[in-house]
Design a protein around this ligand. Structure first.
Ligand code: AFP
Length: 342
C-alpha cells in the first residue's frame, strides 16, 4: 500500500534526514553521510530479495558452511555480496568485517581507501528464512585507527565506546531502517511503491514501563542459578512486583526491535553449551547495544557494560543483556548474587 500523506504532515526521506544531520558537523566531508546512504540502498536491494524469496527460487541452503560452522543460506550470500559491492570502491572505507567472512575484508588494491571501518552481519536470523520469519542486517561504523593504507585487524578490533554510527534493517511485515550517529535513534519505514525509506519513528526512546522479556527459555536447564532466578523475577516471582510477557522470535534484530518499541529486555546468556555466549560482539552486540543505549537503555554482559569490552578477535562471542536499564541492571544483580564473579 502506498504511503498516505496527511495534509500538513512533513515527509522526510532517509537521504534528507542523514544530510540534515550532517549539517550539525561543520567539518563533515560527507563521507559518513554517503556511507549510511549506501547501506540504506543495500537494505532496499536485500529487502526486495527477502520478500520474493520463495518466488525467485532463492530460498534454501547453498549447502556450504560459514566460518561459524552454520549452514549458509543463499540469501546470506546475496546480502554479503550486495553490501560488499556497494562499499568496496567508494574510497570511504579502510577495511570491512562480516559474519560471513573468516578474515577481515580488505579494500581491493585498485580502489582508494578512506577513514571508516564497516562491520556487519549481512543477514541475522537467517536460519529463520525458510519459515517466513523476520530477519535483518546489522552494521557498526568506526573510524580507522591506523593512519593510512589498507586497513588492518587493529582497525576492526574496537570497543563499543568508539562507534561512530550503527544501525539495522529489519525485513519484517514492512522493512525498517533504524540508525543512530550518537544523536538519538531514528526509524524509517520502506514504502516499496516508491522505493524510499520515510521517517516513521523519530527519536525513539525505550518505553517505560517495559512490556517484554525475550530469551530462549528452552535452554533454561543449561542456565546458571542467577539467570534462572532472574527469569523467574521477570515472570513476577523472586520478590518481583510485576510480571512481563515473554516474546521470543529467535531473530535478534526482530526481538530487540520489538523491545525497542514496546520496552523490555532481550538476553542470550552463557550456558553450559555456549560458555562464552552465542552472539558476536563486534557486529551484533556492539551495534545493538549502541542503539539501545542511545534510546535510553543499557547493554551488559551480565557483569558490566558491553561497551567496555576490548575485542581481541573478529568473531568473538559474548553474553548479552540489552534493554531497559532497570531490567538489565537487575540481571547484573542476580548474576553477582548467585553466580559470583565467574
Ligand atoms: P542465525 O543467524 O543462525 O539464525 O542465528 C540467529 C542468532 O544469532 C540471533 O539472531 C538469535 O537471537 C539467536 O541466534 C537465536 O539463537 P537460538 O536459536 O539458540 O535461540
Amino acid at each position: 500500500m502506498a504511503t498516505r500523506i496527511r495534509p500538513g504532515s512533513r515527509i522526510t526521506t532517509i537521504e534528507r534526514h542523514i544530510m540534515d544531520k550532517q549539517t550539525d558537523f561543520p567539518d563533515a566531508t560527507g563521507s559518513l553521510t554517503n556511507l549510511l546512504y549506501d547501506i540504506a540502498v543495500a537494505g532496499k536491494l536485500i529487502s526486495s530479495h527477502t520478500t520474493r524469496a520463495g518466488l525467485a527460487d532463492i530460498l534454501g541452503s547453498t549447502g556450504q558452511e560459514n566460518v561459524q560452522g552454520e549452514e549458509v543460506q543463499k540469501l546470506d550470500v546475496y546480502a554479503q555480496q550486495t553490501i560488499y559491492q556497494l562499499n568496496d570502491h567508494t574510497g570511504r572505507l579502510a577495511v570491512m568485517g562480516s559474519e560471513e567472512e573468516e578474515n577481515i575484508i580488505p579494500i581491493p588494491d585498485k580502489y582508494p581507501t578512506g577513514k571508516y571501518v564497516l562491520l556487519f552481519d549481512p543477514l541475522d536470523g537467517s536460519s529463520n528464512i525458510d519459515f517466513n520469519v523476520s530477519v535483518g542486517t546489522i552494521f557498526a561504523i568506526f573510524k580507522r585507527k591506523t593512519e593510512s593504507g589498507r586497513g588492518t585487524l587493529e582497525d576492526v578490533l574496537q570497543k563499543g565506546t568508539e562507534v561512530v554510527a550503527a544501525g539495522y534493517i529489519v525485513y519484517g511485515s514492512s522493512t525498517m531502517f533504524v540508525y543512530s550517529t550518537g544523536d538519538g535513534v531514528h526509524g524509517f519505514t520502506l514504502d516499496p511503491t516508491i522505493g524510499e525509506f520515510l521517517l516513521s519513528h523519530p527519536d525513539i526512546r525505550l518505553p517505560d514501563p517495559p512490556k517484554y522479556y525475550s530469551a530462549n527459555q528452552g535452554y533454561q536447564s543449561r542456565w546458571s542459578e542467577g539467570i534462572q532466578r532472574y527469569t523467574r523475577w521477570l515472570r513476577g516471582e523472586e520478590g518481583a512486583t510485576r510480571s512481563l510477557s515473554l516474546r521470543y522470535i529467535g531473530s535478534m534484530i526482530a526481538d530487540i526491535h520489538r523491545n525497542l518499541l514496546g520496552g523490555g529486555v532481550f538476553y542470550y546468556p552463557t550456558d553450559s553449551k555456549v560458555p562464552k555466549g552465542k552472539l558476536r560482539l563486534l557486529y551484533e552486540a556492539i551495534p545493538m547495544s549502541f542503539l539501545i543505549e542511545q534510546a535510553g537503555g543499557y547493554a551488559s554482559t551480565g557483569q558490566g557494560p558491553i561497551r567496555d569490552i576490548q575485542p581481541t578477535k573478529l568473531h568473538q562471542r559474548t553474553p548479552l543483556f540489552v534493554g531497559n536499564r532497570e531490567l538489565v541492571e537487575k540481571a547484573e544483580e542476580f548474576i553477582a548474587k548467585y553466580d559470583g564473579a565467574s
